[in-house]
Write a protein that binds this ligand. Sequence first.
Ligand code: DQA
Length: 147
Amino acid sequence: AKILLLHGPNLNLLGRREPAIYGHDTLSDIDARATAQVAAAGHELLCRQSNAEHQLIDWVQAAPGEGVAMIVINPGGYTHTSVALRDALAAVALPFIEVHLSNVAAREPFRRHSYFSDLALGTISGLGALGYELALTAALRRLGDPA
Ligand code: DQA
């Protein structure tokens, strides 16, 4: 099956962006490891990043037609603002896991609310890039063996 790994705004800057908070891995490091992890389990990973809310929404809307069975998403700053991206995930009704590199509960108060967590299968926050590996481990466990 296909898993869609979606990265929201500013995550294209990973590695250079506030490394004390977000770590030194670049987005391509993360995507390369994630792709290998999913391929080793016999499934396929699609990796996409956009700074644009409408683009993320369009990808979520297109996911069922592309054969995507599960989404792993770091919505970046849209976590705390985007009713529209939340609505897209609710509309397609695909199971998804929310990932944050930083511990959003331990930062500014405005990061404590997520428009996604109550719809997500689960949320991983504060474990850095390892969070993607853990989320994909959970996603793969749910998908089971490839058909
Ligand atoms: C983030 C946390 C958000 O609050 C922030 O706006 C981001 C990244 C994280 O991965 O820790 O852009 O989602």
